[in-house]
Design a protein around this ligand. Structure first.
Ligand SMILES: *Cc1c(COP(=O)(O)O)cnc(C)c1O
Length: 396
């Protein structure tokens, strides 16, 4: 099929949940993508913070091929070697003691919400079921996770929502503390808000949230679906603070493009789940687990995250230089390779012009350009991206 045919057939047959760019991508390698016409793109989207090792990383490709040759799926009624391996890797490299595997970020957050409720039901009393989440947060598209998501545009038209959620503004400890009631069993937040526009917590904010949770004996749930897996320069973003969550969720980059999610918890909390309480047919599937093991092992290799951090700092500094040149840039923010550029105009114009020049970037919340490239991006590629952005913003 040629480009026009593919786009036509897709529009005819696929539900209208995504507004797509008129590009048909066929191949990826590292930071580069090619469309069906052979045109090359520099990719600063990476499947929205998914392909953190770059497209088709050889270690991940080899692991999937080898696993596919041997065993593609069995039920969780049996033991699976790569599942044991990935669980141990995550436990060794995080606060957590136990892992539940699933297939997406929304599912990981569903599992976290269920575990928090179950733990609270058994340990804090049956009346404690409420979760406080943040305004401008994003936690997924299932009924529970759109309820957790503190943005009306994701909830509109889908009421009634799930009971037992309330919202507080991010970065405001006073209002958060006031939002706690007799029914509150936990606080759920992203350590950096992603879809909300790459909103960075103030220096002591996360520690303050932890302290509030401890004082009220409630749970702290961190959604690291986007910030996890090296995105911010450490394996997990919570590691920038001195505190640890009780429950954490992962997905996006965990399989470097192979669908996989995980919900991690301390032993004390995880004990609330017994056989029959929660499950997933595909969760922990051998192929997904093999991809996850290869991804985590590659990421933990000496110097990998440090190097991505350096490139992130360079990228941030170059964006700040752009800010001095272009009036439309209102703010530059970010950590590691999770970066954003606040604009005084709609970002879609910039995104479309960059696309024409072979650069893929993302716009979130209308006026924020988001940059979440593969973590292997080089200084030269950052320069290339900056010069395209510079040219596009010229005269705006
Ligand atoms: C993307 C995202 C989700 C949802 O993940 P899906 O895999 O699309 O269900 C949840 N939380 C955060 C912070 C995300 O960025």
């Amino acid at each position: 099929m040629n480009e026009k045919e593919i786009m036509f057939i897709a529009d005819e047959n696929i539900m209208n949940t995504y507004k797509r760019f008129p590009v048909v991508l066929r191949k990826g390698l590292g930071t580069k993508l090619w469309d069906v016409n052979g045109r090359e793109y520099l990719d600063l989207v990476a499947g929205i913070a998914v392909c953190n090792l770059g497209h088709c990383h050889p270690n991940v490709v080899a692991a999937i091929k080898d696993q596919a040759d041997n065993l593609m799926h069995v039920s969780n009624l049996y033991y699976i070697e790569p599942q044991a391996q990935l669980a141990r890797l995550l436990v060794k490299n995080s606060f957590a003691d136990k892992i539940f595997f699933c297939n997406s970020g929304a599912e990981a957050n569903e599992a976290a919400i269920k575990l928090a409720r179950k733990y609270a039901h058994e340990n804090l009393g049956p009346d404690k079921f409420e979760l406080i989440t943040m305004k401008d947060s994003f936690h997924g598209r299932t009924m529970a996770t759109i309820t957790a998501t503190g943005q009306e545009k994701f909830q509109f038209g889908f009421t009634p929502l799930l009971e037992g959620f309330s919202y507080a503004p991010f970065n405001d400890l006073k209002v958060l503390e006031k939002a706690i009631t007799q029914k509150t069993c936990g606080i759920m937040l992203e350590p950096i808000q992603g879809e909300g526009g790459v909103i960075i917590p103030d220096g002591q904010y996360l520690a303050g949230v932890r302290e509030i949770c401890d004082r009220h004996s409630i749970l702290l749930i961190m959604d690291e679906v986007q910030t996890g897996m090296g995105r911010t320069g450490k394996l997990f973003a919570y590691q920038y603070s001195k505190i640890q969550p009780d429950i954490m969720t992962l997905a996006k980059a965990l399989g470097n493009g192979f669908p996989v999610g995980a919900m991690l918890a301390t032993d004390k909390i995880a004990k609330a789940f017994a056989p029959g309480n929660h499950a997933s047919t595909f969760g922990g599937n051998p192929l997904a687990m093999a991809a996850g093991v290869a991804t985590v092992q590659t990421m933990l290799q000496d110097g990998f995250l440090e190097k991505s951090c350096k490139v992130g700092e360079y990228f941030l500094s170059q964006l700040k230089k752009l800010q001095h040149k272009h009036q439309i840039i209102t703010e530059i923010r970010g950590r590691g390779l999770m970066l954003a550029c606040g604009l005084s105009i709609e970002g879609s114009f910039i995104v479309n012009e960059c696309l024409k020049r072979g650069l893929l970037i993302n716009c979130t919340g209308g006026k924020t350009l988001r940059f979440v490239p593969p973590l292997i991006i080089t200084i030269q590629e950052v320069d290339q991206a900056i010069s395209i952005l510079d040219a596009v913003m010229e005269g705006k």
